[in-house]
Design a protein around this ligand. Structure first.
Ligand SMILES: Cc1cc2nc3c(=O)[nH]c(=O)nc-3n(C[C@H](O)[C@H](O)[C@H](O)COP(=O)(O)OP(=O)(O)OC[C@H]3O[C@@H](n4cnc5c(N)ncnc54)[C@H](O)[C@@H]3O)c2cc1C
Length: 380
């Protein structure tokens, strides 16, 4: 077990900190306000090869391990969640293609992503959120084509995506084992965006409702060669995705805590900086200690993710559960330390608090993480 970061990891953190403070932070408020797809931030991350970091070297990536990628996510999230949709989309795409794709699909699509095509993970449905097995979308094989029908919701940046990874049942009687994965390209007839949501925060995510209405795709667009392998792909995506979301929560929480510490040292009431009141000191100490615990758990989960064990899965659920919970608490308490100023849009705290909430919902809610932990504890 290693207890310190390598020199390369420390250097990467510094580079990411500079990118976050100089390029992302100045745009974060505007992106939140306008609710636009931040193409400039996407292109920045692509051109700076941040999105390529976890990709294998043979496809033009840099092949960093999950812990290193989590450090990147953490640093970039200190200024808000503006970069997160791109970081999760690219690492998620990588996991899906590696978990279920043929070598040809892996090569084609991973190269296309690194060349600048964007990806959406299309799983959730109006009646199937946490309960993936109740999915209604269906794909029927007719000759050498699949006909896809169904409605999906809350899909991040689906309207900007070039490649969509869509889950549908090919064998409805088989329940969760009857789910298959399909690659749908932008512009395919029968696929359209039916609605764009207005979100509380994390607005770089651009949530869309997506419809497949007799959408015809080639048989080769089945991910892999066999039907019914969707669950394997989903589990792989969620396992790493949860750790990455935990890292984002650690970063966002640290960013909010840093603001609160700075403000507490400057804001004078009753003749002295509020940081000199024990009520504020204990609050900051409590938050900092809990945050460090969540950070170490996240790093541990990232280190163990490679072995795919039950212990690894439990740690991933624990990391997401703990880190997103403390992130919600820290961003809320940071607003409290700022008083009325924290409630105003002039400071980034209220945005960070709104951003934090989504981390307790996407990639499995808090309760689903608790259920995942209990399943391993109780051997269910
Ligand atoms: C910002 C954002 C981005 C997203 N991006 C995507 C995306 O790109 N692609 C995609 O497919 N989806 C995406 N989602 C959807 C997300 O994955 C779902 O919202 C999530 O899985 C929860 O599903 P639900 O919202 O339907 O809630 P439900 O499953 O309806 O849950 C409602 C409540 O019931 C609780 N609950 C449910 N089951 C249990 C249980 N067994 N025990 C205890 N409590 C339970 C939940 O914890 C929650 O509190 C995104 C969501 C958000 C907020």
């Amino acid at each position: 077990m290693q207890y310190s970061l390598t020199e390369e990891q420390e250097m990467l953190k510094k580079t990411m900190k500079k990118l976050a403070t100089e390029k992302i932070a100045p745009r974060a408020g505007e992106i939140d306000e306008k609710e636009e797809f931040p193409r400039d931030i996407y292109e920045l991350l692509l051109n700076q090869k941040v999105l390529a970091l976890p990709f294998p070297e043979e496809y033009g990536g840099l092949g960093v391990d999950l812990l290193t990628y989590c450090l990147v996510v953490e640093e970039l999230s200190k200024v808000g969640l503006t970069a997160l949709p791109f970081l999760t989309s690219y690492s998620g795409a990588l996991d899906c293609f590696m978990a279920g794709g043929t070598p040809e699909q892996e090569k084609e699509y991973l190269s296309r992503l690194l060349a600048g095509e964007f990806f959406a993970f299309v799983l959730t449905e109006p009646s199937a959120g946490s309960d993936v097995a109740s999915m209604q979308s269906k794909a029927v094989l007719k000759g050498n084509k699949y006909v896809l029908n169904g409605t999906k919701c809350f899909i991040s940046n689906a309207d900007s995506a070039d490649i969509l990874m869509v889950y549908a049942k090919t064998d409805p009687k088989a329940g969760i084992r009857g789910i298959s994965t399909f690659i749908v390209e932008k512009g395919t007839p029968g696929f359209y965006i039916s609605r764009k949501e207005k979100m509380m925060g994390a607005r770089a995510f651009q949530s869309c409702e997506v419809v497949f209405d007799n959408c015809v795709i080639s048989k080769e667009n089945l991910l892999g060669t066999e039907e019914g392998k969707g669950l394997t792909v989903i589990l792989k995506f969620l396992h790493k995705g949860r750790i990455i979301v935990a890292a984002a929560a650690v970063g966002l929480a640290q960013g909010a805590l840093d603001h609160a510490i700075g403000y507490a040292k400057e804001r004078v009431q009753f003749g002295r900086p509020i940081a000199q009141f024990q009520g504020i000191q204990f609050m900051l100490a409590d938050l900092a200690a809990q945050l460090e615990a969540a950070r170490q758990l996240t790093y541990r989960a990232a280190t163990l993710a490679r072995d795919g064990s039950k212990e690894g899965m439990k740690l991933a659920c624990m990391a997401k559960y703990l880190a997103t919970g403390i992130c919600m608490k820290i961003t809320t308490d940071a607003v409290q330390i700022f008083g009325a100023s924290g409630y105003m849009r002039d400071y980034p705290l209220e945005r960070m608090m709104r951003d934090a909430k989504c981390l307790q919902i996407l990639e499995g809610t808090t309760q689903i993480q608790q259920a995942g932990i209990a399943r391993v504890l109780l051997d269910l």
